[in-house]
Design a protein around this ligand. Structure first.
Ligand code: NOJ
Length: 797
């Protein structure tokens, strides 16, 4: 393939927006482009070519199917289907993997919670859809197969999955012994294989499920022993059983387990049949029997799929928009909230990049993920906040990572930012619901005792107040939002100027909550601390053209023009504005410096220039190569705050430039498919920056704080629709070329149909707002109990 073909985006994919699908025209994308299929308990990751893995609740201890990280391509193996034509002796896979035979036609698509494949070969057409329904904890494989030829076809369909050892680390370390403690049985009566993980000293044996592999009919053959199915010196591409045309009905009591099911079908010309396969879990054999019985109901698969579709429509229906820019509209309506919901579920745990081995729930990351979920699912958001606050100690600090599902000990390093984040999410819950009672709900401390949520937050702020450094800024502790900063603060003296700004945001939000609760003295105390930090930020932290980032252990500043590396850091500029701490002229100057020194055509770099040997060649701040990862890359998560800051400054054109250049399909188009590489429908964590020779390469897609914050940036700051105590604030900040935008937003049981008109081409500012034909005096639409629909007309000017 020549370079031009490799980079031609149109040859790979297109969007079908009405269906909320991204459709693939070829399987050979530069990396696996994946989807998450899940009902919140049973999960599957699946690539565009049919590779992936299934797990139950935790990818660390209940990984159902095997996944080989270092395999090439990296999406192997997966839940596979083989279609064998008896007369021809030929076989192929509708997903492309694992047989990889050239097909007469092929396409695949990811939708909301499902992935489908269409393929045809030798007169046989197949449509294969995978999804996880809500009615059972199983991956449903729905195969429709049609004979388009003029002759009757005798086909054998094989469904295959390689079982993993549930505990992934044990699989890597101890499988040679422990694999003899697993078994695969065949339950004759139910025509089902059952995989049992019976390994000694499992973390949670009582919660470990049995796995079943079955179909909507009794199979004509099966295998539970991978060696029998695949054979020696073969692979999933050419298993012995498929070549021979039949399984050997093996079971397994110790060894390498798999599930293989064979179905022989005869198809007359023009005839179509449907076969449904189920890979699922149940706690007991009785549960499994019930689950299989339910799954074999005639309407089960259809019901499950309709419910999945309806759930997503109702979920995404909380905010839908029509915009002049289709790429933005597509992200806002579908792919951005979809990705954010997956982050909310999986934190940074498992993807084809995150190994699912050591990261449970990250306190910092999850606190931020919650922010985007609040308008969609306030109850799940509240539960997650309470889960987080359960990790807080009475002195106010929190555990950095924890493992609620696995039950392992948490990671207890103390970071300057972690404990502060929940203030924002609790504040958002209160604003979204218009209800203060959440603040009174009790949550236990990690080290015993319980307190109301308000007190938890108060303790968090107190912790920061009692851990200030010599200059008066919060001590860096193990790090702040930037994981790397401990390297200049190891001695415990270093301070984080960025955390001071984050603290500022949280103090203001707490002051508002305190006022609403009638705690006027608390509010005054929070604002007085805010003022103290604000003064420090505008004096000590100001470098002349931008804000400094931190004070290192040795007392020198980080992020100053005096150094030749890492002179300027993005977060210190954006949060100076977001916290409203920066004086007006400094806010503009700082964000101008971002534009001049950090912005590129593929996003904003996190620092400039990259670090090679600073502050000490023997112990540099980071080992990341220049332009990569945390060192001068375009860190997408941090870019979102630049969009917010520009909106707060009223510079809609700049905000839009920053937003648009990171829309994955736009960045991919600019960089080229083979440079960008990752999925064009979800955000990646970072893109290599211009100091790397692979500028534009996107890394660690799917699981990134970018998802939540990008959604907040575009909906709450660019479109400007933010929930406030009194009602819905309308404060758009748009590019001048957008003359009109329509947004439907569900807020406190009322559907707001908002039309923003910008004929005069301003970037910010409202001339008039009408609600149901009545002119408003403020840009906060006051909430009215019982109102179900409000038609809002906003004229910018
Ligand atoms: C990724 C981590 O998950 C996140 O917690 C951190 O804020 C960023 N890296 C930046 O260092």
């Amino acid at each position: 393939m020549n370079l031009q073909d490799r980079n031609n985006m149109e040859s790979y994919f297109y969007f079908k927006d009405e269906e909320r699908e991204v459709c693939f025209k070829r399987h050979d994308t530069p990396t696996p482009w994946i989807n998450y299929l899940t009902n919140g308990t049973f999960h599957t990751i699946l690539s565009q070519a049919g590779g992936g893995l299934a797990f139950y609740r935790s990818p660390q201890i209940w990984r159902i199917s095997r996944y080989r990280f270092f395999h090439l391509p990296t999406d192997r193996p997966g839940p596979y289907i083989y279609i064998r034509d008896g007369a021809l002796g030929e076989y192929w896979s509708p997903a492309y993997e694992p047989v990889e035979k050239k097909l007469d036609s092929w396409s695949s698509a990811h939708g909301m919670g499902y992935t489908r494949f269409q393929a045809a070969k030798d007169g046989v057409n197949s449509e294969l859809t995978y999804f996880v329904g809500e009615l059972e904890n199983s991956l449903i494989w729905n195969l429709k197969i049609k004979n388009n030829s003029s002759k009757t076809k005798q086909l054998s369909i094989f469904a295959y999955v390689e079982f993993g050892m549930m505990e992934f680390m044990r699989e890597l370390q101890w499988q040679c012994y422990n694999k003899h403690q697993v078994s695969v049985e065949y339950l004759e009566e139910w025509g089902s294989l059952v995989y049992k993980y019976g390994v000694e000293m499992q973390p949670k044996p009582d919660e470990t499920p049995l796995v079943y592999f079955t179909a909507d009919r009794i199979p004509d053959g099966f295998d539970g022993d991978r060696e029998e199915f695949v054979g020696s010196y073969r692979s999933e591409a050419n298993p012995n059983a498929i070549e021979q045309g039949s399984c050997s009905n093996s079971t397994l009591a110790g060894g390498d387990p798999c599930g293989a099911l064979q179905f022989n079908i005869s198809l007359d010309p023009g005839e179509e049949q449907t076969l449904n396969i189920f890979l699922g879990t149940g706690m007991t054999e009785e549960d499994i029997r019930k689950s299989i019985e339910n799954s074999r109901r005639d309407t089960f698969v259809e019901e499950s799929f309709i419910k999945l579709k309806e759930n997503w429509e109702s979920y995404l229906g909380k905010l839908q928009c029509t915009l002049p820019d289709k790429e933005t509209e597509r992200m806002v309506n579908t792919w951005n909230p979809y990705q954010a919901q997956r982050n909310f579920l999986f934190s940074r745990n498992i993807s084809f990049y995150a190994t699912g081995t050591f990261r449970g729930v990250g306190f910092r990351d999850t606190s931020q993920d919650i922010l985007s979920q609040i308008p969609f699912d306030i109850n799940a958001s509240k539960d997650k906040i309470k889960l987080l606050l359960g990790q807080q100690y009475k002195d106010g600090h929190v555990n950095h990572y924890f493992f609620p599902t696995e039950g392992w000990e948490p990671v207890t390093t103390i970071h300057s930012d972690d404990h502060l984040w929940p203030v924002w999410s609790v504040w958002s819950v209160v604003m979204e619901s218009g209800d203060l009672s959440f603040l009174d709900e009790k949550v236990t401390y990690y080290d015993g005792g319980e307190a109301a949520i308000y007190e938890h937050l108060q303790k968090a702020l107190e912790y920061t107040k009692s851990h200030l450094g010599p200059n008066g800024f919060p001590l860096m502790l193990r790090s702040d939002w930037n994981d790397q900063l401990f390297r200049v603060c190891r001695k415990g003296k270093g301070e984080s100027i960025w955390t001071s700004m984050q603290y500022g945001v949280m103090l203001t939000k707490m002051a508002e909550l305190a006022r609403l609760m009638g705690k006027i003295e608390d509010a005054a105390a929070f604002m007085s601390t805010f003022q103290q930090q604000k003064e420090l930020v505008n004096s000590i932290a100001w470098d002349g053209k931008w804000f400094r980032r931190a004070v290192m252990d040795d007392g020198r500043f980080l992020g100053t023009d005096e150094h030749d590396q890492a002179k300027i850091w993005l977060n210190a500029q954006t949060w100076a504005v977001m916290s409203q701490m920066a004086d007006k002229d400094k806010s503009f100057a700082a964000m101008n410096s971002v534009k001049e020194m950090l912005d590129t055509e593929l996003g904003i770099k996190k620092i400039h220039p990259s670090i090679t040997d600073f502050p000490d060649p023997k112990d540099p701040l980071t080992n990341y190569n220049p332009g990569t990862g945390e060192n001068g890359a375009v860190f997408c998560h941090a870019n979102t705050w630049a969009i917010i800051a520009e909106c707060l400054l009223g510079r809609g054109d700049i905000a839009y430039k920053y937003y648009r250049q990171l829309i994955p399909e736009i960045a991919m188009k600019k960089a080229g498919v083979w440079r960008y590489k990752a999925e064009p429908y979800v955000y990646a964590s970072n893109l290599f920056g211009p100091e790397s020779d692979r500028f534009g390469l996107a890394n660690v897609s799917w699981l990134s704080g970018t998802a939540a914050w990008m959604y907040i940036a575009v909906t709450q700051y660019m479109l400007g629709i933010r929930s406030q105590w009194e009602g819905l604030l309308i404060d758009p900040c748009l590019p001048v070329q957008w003359k009109q935008a329509k947004i439907d937003r569900k807020f406190r049981e009322c559907n707001y149909e908002i039309e923003i008109i910008n004929e005069s081409g301003v970037k910010k500012g409202i001339m008039s707002i009408e609600v149901d034909g009545e002119i408003q005096t403020s840009n906060i639409i006051k909430h009215k109990n019982g109102r179900e629909r409000a038609v809002v007309k906003v004229i910018m000017g």
